[in-house]
Design a protein around this ligand. Structure first.
Ligand code: NAD
Length: 495
């Protein structure tokens, strides 16, 4: 069985806490590894190493930092297939999804290669007579990232690429469910020429997280995970004087207007609801069918479901893999019963699918006639369960989304440009798709939700990422009157 250690000072470090957690292959249910769970003392040692490294790294020139990022980007592109295999081995998602995750993370590395441009400040000459004012961006020092299981490479890449390019040392606490991708990234950083200690991995659970949140040597915490934990991270981190951005859970609605292209809306709903087994924070979990589109839309979605191939992520013909753990699979499956008991119509029941015997598989479920009081509507299920809510009007659909606790992503399917534009104006969510079901922003915009999907005010990666991982300093300078200069400037004849 594999032992998954920490990464401190540019090398693997076996844990000393005496505590470990199991790591499984979700496609077989077999335990494949044990991950070290750090104590507060181990977090301390990691931060000490990062602090030392941060001092030297902020002195590295912008072009040197950019060169490391270019090299890292090349290595990541070259090894994308190997990293995808590592992700599939512990997360379970199919290799194509894992490769997609790496490709999105790669874009963040590409964005960060532009750090010399991104770190530019502003300059105001002659703000007052003989006085210039300018702003500069500086790194924060040691910053930390705490990440979820569902994107074990992409979410760390959202954070670490910009944080490191900006001149910080980055300490990553990945999900203990699939920690190997983090160590894969650590090795790439070392090979790219990043000085030891600038990228650190401390594996662990709540104990390590609490040590990070209260550590006086950590200036900022970037978090992605579920809403209750995001709230806890935000409150605890800020109470300890840290800058915190904490992205939480989601319940993303896809509105389908009566004029939409039905076939492409149905295709989009299927891929956005069941891709990665629904374990995506941008997954569509509710389709809002407006007016008379409901019956044909439900029929079109249902007709596609028997064709969806479910299997191990390593099987090239599989389109959907298992869920992350047995407990999570059972919890997701329990919503099918609860939906039925609450009055929803079970159009397709994932428990009845023909599934591999071992592993944490569940088929896809489609629930029709879902209403806002049902827990299948209110709860983030985070699995392959799609609910359909029927509304009579566009206004009712928007009200539904705006009343929802979460506000991560949402989408509208329509051929009417005016309706789409109105939706973008009306809707309370951080990311909006127009005929695009999963509107994850490209790397040069920033990713983040509203309401219970984000605690803090800064979105992740892109321009907001640069803002989050730097602080500005404004310098006001006055130099002697040129007429009094010790050097003959020919004053005032040069005027
Ligand atoms: P999670 O909240 O259980 O865990 C996230 C991180 O927090 C992990 O590193 C974990 O070790 C740590 N953690 C868990 N419990 C903790 C506790 N009690 N105290 C301190 N730390 C704790 O989330 P998850 O199950 O790994 O990931 C799925 C969740 O993440 C979903 O809710 C999903 O919507 C959300 N997510 C959101 C986004 C987004 O961008 N908004 C992106 C991906 C995932």
């Amino acid at each position: 069985m594999k032992r998954i250690a920490h990464w401190i000072g540019g090398a693997e470090h076996a844990g000393t806490s005496g505590r470990v957690g199991p790591v499984f292959n979700p496609a077989t249910g077999e335990q494949t590894g044990e991950v070290d769970l750090a104590s507060a003392a181990e977090v301390d040692a990691a931060v000490a190493s990062a602090t030392e490294a941060a001092r030297a790294w902020r002195e590295a020139s912008l072009s040197r930092r950019s060169a490391v990022l270019f090299k890292f980007r090349e290595l990541l592109a070259d090894r994308a297939g190997d990293l995808a295999a590592v992700i599939t081995g512990e997360h379970g998602k199919v290799l194509a999804d894992a490769a997609g995750e790496v490709a999105r993370g790669l874009e963040n590395a590409e964005f960060a290669t532009g750090i010399p441009h991104l770190m530019k400040g502003a300059y105001s000459e002659q703000a007052s007579t003989g006085v210039d004012v300018y702003s500069i961006r500086q790194p924060l020092g040691v910053v930390a990232g705490i990440t979820p299981f569902n994107f074990p490479a992409m979410v760390p890449l959202w954070m670490c690429t910009t944080a490191i390019a900006a001149g910080n040392a980055f300490v990553l606490k990945p999900s203990e469910k699939d920690p190997s991708a983090a160590l894969f990234l650590a090795r790439l950083w070392r090979e790219a020429g990043l000085p030891d200690g600038v990228f650190t991995v401390v594996n662990g659970d709540k104990e390590a997280v609490d040590a990070i949140l209260t550590h006086p040597g950590i200036a900022a915490v970037s978090f992605v995970g579920s809403t209750p934990i995001a709230k806890y991270i935000y409150e605890t981190g800020t109470a300890h004087g840290k800058r915190v951005q904490a992205l939480g859970g989601a319940k993303n609605h896809m509105v389908v207007l009566p004029d939409a292209d039905l076939e492409s809306a149905a295709d989009a709903a299927v891929s956005a609801a069941y891709g990665s087994a629904g374990e995506r924070c941008m997954a569509i979990s509710i389709v809002v069918a407006v007016g008379d589109v409901a019956d044909p839309l439900v029929e079109a979605i249902a007709a596609r479901l028997p064709k969806l191939r479910i299997g191990a992520g390593t099987d090239p013909s599989a389109e959907m893999g298992p869920l992350i753990t047995r407990q999570h699979r059972d919890r997701v499956a329990s919503y099918i019963e609860r939906g039925a008991a609450g009055g929803a119509t079970v159009v397709t029941d994932g428990r009845q699918a023909d599934l591999p015997e071992d592993g944490y598989f569940l088929g896809v479920t489609l629930l029709d006639h879902v209403t806002p009081e049902m827990d299948v509507y209110t709860d983030e299920i985070f699995g392959p369960v799609l609910g359909v809510v029927r509304t009579a009007t566009y206004a009712e659909a928007v009200r539904l989304i705006n009343d929802n606790e979460y506000g991560n992503g949402t989408a509208i399917f329509t051929r009417d440009g005016g309706a789409a534009r109105q939706f973008q104006f009306d809707v309370n969510a951080g990311m909006v798709g127009v005929n695009v079901p999963i509107p994850v922003p490209v790397a040069y915009y920033s990713f983040g939700g509203w309401k219970a999907s984000l605690f803090g005010d800064t979105h992740m990666y892109g321009p907001d990422g640069v803002h989050f991982f730097t602080r500005t300093k404004v310098v006001t300078s006055r130099w002697p009157d040129p007429g009094t200069s010790s050097v003959d400037l020919g004053f005032p004849t040069t005027r």
